[in-house]
Design a protein around this ligand. Structure first.
Ligand SMILES: *Cc1c(COP(=O)(O)O)cnc(C)c1O
Length: 371
């Protein structure tokens, strides 16, 4: 079968089939274990809970199927990003990060890489190619960026980064492997927070690193086993379960976001609307080339902090909370978290509610602040 998002989605629930013996459970067992039965020569067997766990293997198998690359699971998205930084960088290296990406990635570099003599620079996603990549060891992109949803050309960045002799890392959290596969566009490494849409139920933190470069996978696996930042088996089991419905949830969320973004465009209370799926969005043409869907995040501005708070807090089908990608529609005024955005800037994560009911609730809340 051709390797498309639909074939991957169709095969996903059947990955375990060929390994099943008669009478085995169809769902993967949750293995809570620190030690394994290893008399005599133990090579080739699970050794110890910090190195091996069958439930990690089950969820990593699913993630690898979706990414088209070996994957290593971590206890959070930041755990995955930390593994890439600390396993691959050394004193004297230079790193380039997006200035408008997830704030904790910059904080990690600033507070924990710099003291080791690693130089960290930042650059906006929308002009990421400007200035080139000479002298960098590792270049990190996040596209679309969180929360402003700017996009950079992964293929063009990868080519330039490779010419400069560096590695390209892409944080694919906002898109999931069903929306975009940066490795297919030349990125060397994908990092992602499965805390968001992949788990999808706002009850587990998890992350992964994906790469087709065996040296990268070996390095982050060694880092995980040695530093001890390992995922819990129960969390891995829940993410396995979440991934089984990612395709349907993501499909619903992206389809609804397209409808809602279009209608927000026509509402008088809304300005500065960003959604890569809108023909008028500066990211649209590039999004059509490198993304399979336009995502479930929409951002826009309301006239003031107070109006944005009222809109979020009084919408009957919206949770006022941070994070995104869950089954509930959620929204947050991002200046609250220190992002460099206006006080009335709202990041909306469209959930799985039926779209007409959701739009009615959003419209009613917008009309109330603009009445
Ligand atoms: C949430 C997020 C992370 C961090 O994930 P955690 O699981 O919270 O550690 C990293 N990158 C992006 C783009 C995110 O949105």
């Amino acid at each position: 079968m051709a390797d498309t998002a639909n074939t991957r989605a169709a095969e996903l629930p059947h990955l375990r089939d060929s390994g099943l013996a008669k009478g085995d459970p169809i769902a993967p067992p949750l293995t809570m274990a620190t030690i394994y039965h290893t008399p005599g020569d133990a090579t080739g067997f699970a050794q110890y809970g910090r190195y091996d766990n069958p439930t990690w293997n089950a969820v990593e198998h699913m993630l690898a199927h979706l990414e088209g690359a070996p994957c290593v699971g971590f206890p959070s998205g930041m755990g995955a990003i930390s593994a890439v930084f600390f396993a691959l960088l050394k004193t004297g290296d230079r790193v380039l990060l997006p200035s408008d990406g997830y704030h904790a990635t910059r904080a990690l570099a600033d507070r924990f890489l710099k003291p080791f003599g690693i130089t960290c620079d930042v650059r906006p996603t929308s002009t990421f190619l400007d200035g080139g990549f000479d002298g960098y060891r590792l270049v990190f992109v996040e596209t679309p960026s969180n929360p402003r949803l700017d996009i950079c050309d992964i293929t063009a960045v990868a080519e330039a980064v490779h010419k400069a002799g560096a590695l390209l890392v892409a944080d694919n959290t906002t898109m999931t492997p069903f929306g975009q596969r940066p490795l297919d566009h030349g990125a060397d490494i994908v990092v992602a927070a499965d805390t968001k849409a992949p788990n999808g139920h706002s009850d587990v933190l998890f992350g992964h690193v994906a790469s087709r470069d065996a040296k990268v996978i070996a390095a982050v696996t060694d880092w995980r086993a040695t530093a001890g930042g390992i995922p819990g088996p129960f969390e891995a089991w829940l993410v396995h379960r979440g991934l089984e419905t990612l395709d349907v949830r993501f499909d619903r969320m992206c389809s609804s976001a397209e409808v809602i973004a279009r209608r927000l465009q026509g509402h008088r209370a809304v300005s500065g609307l960003r959604y890569p799926g809108l023909e008028s969005d500066p990211s649209h043409n590039l999004a059509c080339v490198q993304m399979e869907r336009f995502g479930f995040l929409v951002s826009f501005e309301l006239a003031s902090e107070e109006k944005a708070e009222d809109f979020i807090n009084n919408c009957t089908l919206m949770q006022a909370t941070t994070s995104f990608g869950g089954v509930h529609t959620t929204a947050e005024r991002r200046s609250k978290r220190g992002d460099a955005v206006p006080p009335g800037f709202v990041r909306l994560s469209v959930g799985c509610e039926p779209v007409e009911e959701l739009w009615k609730a959003i419209e009613a809340s917008l009309d109330r602040i603009d009445g």
